[in-house]
Design a protein around this ligand. Sequence first.
Ligand code: HEC
Length: 148
Amino acid sequence: MNKKRTTWLYVIAVLLILFGLIQLIPYGRNHANPPVVSSPVWNSTQTADVIKATCMDCHSNETVWPWYSNVAPVSWLIQRDVDEGRVRFNMSEWPANPNAQSGLVGEMVRVIQEGRMPPIQYTLIHANARLSATQQQTLIQGLQASYP
Ligand code: HEC
């Protein structure tokens, strides 16, 4: 074998070993969803379906964990998104009046309008979470009708 080839094999072997080793890190492996305490009441099943497809994996305790959420380092990124998403607001621990405290529904409308939510790393993988301008408007109307 020539020298260049040996070097490449060595690099690949080291990367494979590293990939194996990072799988042992516990962060990102606990996918036990906390209980659902209270849920929003949406104005229509259509609004509910769109919210489920676009927001709930990160902003609720009803996260669907795909197989790759078990593979580091992707698992670390997903865990961070879900942890931070749940801290911002959690649709499984939904307040009776979400607008009383922080204008929460108005915030949701704002980030949808700005195209910030759902985030790009999510829509890249979840094609059904990509909202057209019309779908954005329909979702916003649904949010506002549910919690005026
Ligand atoms: C991939 C996970 C993920 C999805 C899906 C997602 N969010 Fe978020 N969301 C986050 C994270 C992480 C933050 C906190 C960091 C940030 O603001 O980027 C956040 C923050 C927010 C905030 C706080 C406002 C702010 O300025 O930070 C609102 C409101 C919000 N999201 C609404 C939504 C709505 C509405 C949807 C669905 C249309 C949605 N999110 C979908 C992960 C997600």
